[in-house]
Design a protein around this ligand. Structure first.
Ligand code: NDP
Ligand code: 2IT
Length: 452
C-alpha cells in the first residue's frame, strides 16, 4: 500500500460518517502520489496524516429568541484547520444542512485554496445549522449576536478571520462585527466582507464571481478562445452567481440560466445587465424566489427542482460554458454527461465542490476543460486577504486597484495550476495542478515549523 493509500485508509477509518469531508480528502490526496515519492521528508514527518486532521475544532450552543418570544437552539461551529502559512481564514455558512462533515470539507479545501492565492492565509471554516430564510432582520441580528457571544474568544485579526459564505452576506457580517467589537472593545479587521464605511474593501462583494470569470477567461485563452458570444449556464442566484453573471455579460458572453434551491430559470434570449439588476433586487432586497423571474420576463421559463438531482434540470440546457455557483455536489455524473453531449467546452467551479467525482471524471475523460473551486473561486478569499491588508494599513484602495490585484491573483493561480500540471506530465489537469501547487507551500511551512 502506498503512503497516500495508507493516509486515505486512516482518514476513512477515523471519519466513516463524514462523506463530504472524505470526498474532499480523496480528491486532494489522490493527486499527491508522485509528490510524496519525490519528497520522502514529507512521508517521514507525517505531513499528510497531519494535514487531514484539523488543528482545532470548536462546537458551541447558539440559543436565541424569535419575534414571538419562542426560544430556539442552534449549533455553532468553527474549524481552525491549518495555520501553517497564516491566520486561519475562511467563511461562515448559515444553512440547515450544516454539519461537521460539510464544514470539515470546506475548511480542508480552504487550506489549499488560500495557499494558491499567494497570500499569507491559513485555512478555516465555520457556521451554523441556522436557516436565515424567512427570518426577520431582528431575528437574524439576535442569532448573530448569540453566535458571536461564543465565537469572539476564539478569533482575532491575527488569529482567525471569518467571512461570509452561503447564508452569510453583508447584513450578517454587520451584526457579527458589531457584537465582536462590543465584547472585545476593539475595532480591528477581525471579519472580512465588511461594509464600505466601516473597513470593508471595494470589490469584495464582486470578487468571487469576478475572479471565477477571470480564471475561466485564462482557461479559454489556452485554446485561443474568449467569452465573446459564448452561451453560459450559471447555477445559484446568490453572491457568487450574481457577480459571475455580471462579469460574463461584461466580457460579451450570454448567461442563459440561474437557480435557487426551489428551481431554475432558462432565458432563451439570455440574461442582460438590466435583467441581472432585476435579479439582484429580487434576491438582495426583496429576498424573493427565482421563479418570479419567469413571471416577469416572457423570454424565460421556470422548472421546479426535482427531489433527486435530475438530468432534465439546469445542466440539460445546451451551453458552451458551465459555472456551478450554488452548492456542493450539484452536478452528478449523469448531468455532466448531458453537458458533454451538448458540447460544453469549459466547466469552472464557482461553488465549493459542486461537481461529484463522477462528474469530474466525465469532463476530464471527454476533453472538457475543468477547474476545481479551490482554484477558480479563490478570488473571494484573496480579496478578503486584500481587505485585511487595507485594514492593517488603515487605508482604502480604489476599485480599480483592488480589481487589478484580483485579476493578477487569478492569472497567477491559473498559471501555477497549469504549469504545475505540465511539470508533472499532466498538462491541462487543473485538479492535479491546483492540488499539488497548493499542497507544496503548506507542506514546506509545516516541515520548517516542526512537529505541531
Ligand atoms: P449565497 O447564500 O449568496 O447563495 C447561494 C445560492 O445557492 C442561492 O441561490 C441558494 O438558493 C443556492 N443554494 C444554496 N444551497 C443550495 C442547495 N442545497 N441546493 C440548491 N441551491 C442551493 O452563497 P454564495 O453565493 O456566497 O455561495 C455559493 C457557493 O460559492 C457556495 O458553495 C460557497 O461555499 C461558494 N463560495 C463562496 C464564496 C464567497 O465569497 N461568498 C467564495 C468562494 C466560494 P436558496 O436561496 O434557495 O437557498
Ligand atoms: O469559500 C470561500 O472561499 C469563502 N467563502 C470566502 C472566504 C473568505 O474568507 O473570504
Amino acid at each position: 500500500m502506498s503512503h497516500v493509500e495508507a493516509a486515505l485508509k486512516l482518514a476513512r477509518q477515523r471519519d466513516p460518517d463524514q462523506p463530504e469531508f472524505l470526498q474532499a480528502v480523496e480528491e486532494v490526496l489522490e493527486s499527491l502520489e508522485s509528490v510524496m515519492e519525490a519528497h520522502p521528508e514529507f512521508v517521514e514527518a507525517k505531513i499528510l496524516e497531519r494535514m487531514v486532521e484539523p488543528e482545532r475544532l470548536l462546537q458551541f450552543r447558539v440559543p436565541w429568541v424569535d419575534d414571538s418570544g419562542k426560544v430556539h437552539v442552534n449549533r455553532g461551529f468553527r474549524i481552525q484547520f491549518n495555520g501553517a502559512i497564516g491566520p486561519y481564514k475562511g467563511g461562515l455558512r448559515f444553512h440547515p444542512s450544516v454539519n461537521l462533515s460539510i464544514l470539515k470539507f470546506l475548511a480542508f479545501e480552504q487550506v489549499f485554496k488560500n495557499s494558491l492565492t499567494g497570500l499569507p492565509l491559513g485555512g478555516g471554516k465555520g457556521g451554523s445549522d441556522f436557516d436565515p430564510k424567512g427570518k426577520s432582520d431582528n431575528e437574524v441580528m439576535r442569532f448573530c449576536q448569540s453566535f458571536m457571544s461564543e465565537l469572539w474568544r476564539h478569533i482575532g485579526n491575527n488569529t482567525d478571520v471569518p467571512a461570509g459564505d452561503i447564508g452569510v452576506g453583508g447584513r450578517e457580517i454587520g451584526y457579527l462585527f458589531g457584537q465582536y467589537k462590543k465584547l472585545q472593545n476593539e475595532f480591528t479587521g477581525v471579519l472580512t466582507g465588511k461594509g464600505m464605511s466601516w473597513g470593508g474593501s471595494l470589490i469584495r462583494p464582486e470578487a468571487t464571481g469576478y475572479g471565477l470569470v477571470y480564471f475561466v477567461r485564462e482557461m479559454l485563452a489556452t485554446k485561443s478562445e474568449t467569452f465573446a458570444g459564448k452561451s453560459v449556464a450559471i447555477s445559484g442566484s446568490g453572491n457568487v452567481a450574481q457577480y459571475a453573471c455580471e462579469k460574463v455579460i461584461e466580457l460579451g458572453g450570454k448567461p442563459m440560466t440561474m437557480s435557487d434551491s426551489s428551481g431554475f430559470i432558462h432565458d432563451a434570449d439570455g440574461i442582460d445587465a438590466e435583467k441581472l439588476a432585476w435579479i439582484m433586487d429580487l434576491k438582495n432586497n426583496r429576498r424573493g424566489r427565482i421563479s418570479e423571474y419567469a413571471d416577469h420576463f416572457a423570454s424565460a421559463s421556470y422548472a421546479a427542482a426535482q427531489p433527486e438531482p435530475s438530468v432534465n434540470g439546469l445542466w440539460s440546457v445546451k451551453v458552451d460554458v458551465a459555472l456551478p455557483c450554488a452548492t456542493q455536489n450539484e452536478i452528478n455524473g449523469d448531468e455532466a454527461k448531458s453537458l458533454v453531449d451538448n458540447g460544453v467546452m469549459v466547466v469552472g467551479e464557482g461553488a465549493n465542490m459542486p461537481c461529484t467525482p463522477e462528474a469530474i471524471e466525465c469532463f476530464q475523460g471527454n476533453g472538457v476543460m475543468f477547474s476545481p473551486g479551490k482554484a477558480s473561486n479563490a478570488g473571494g478569499v484573496a480579496t478578503s486577504g486584500l481587505e485585511m491588508s487595507q485594514n492593517s494599513l488603515r487605508m482604502n484602495w480604489s476599485r480599480e486597484e483592488v480589481d487589478e490585484k484580483l485579476d493578477t491573483i487569478m492569472v497567477n493561480i491559473h498559471k501555477a495550476a497549469y504549469d504545475t500540471a505540465k511539470k508533472y506530465g499532466r498538462e491541462g489537469d487543473y485538479v492535479f495542478g491546483a492540488n499539488v501547487a497548493g499542497f507544496l507551500k503548506v507542506a514546506d511551512a509545516m516541515l520548517a515549523q516542526g512537529v505541531l
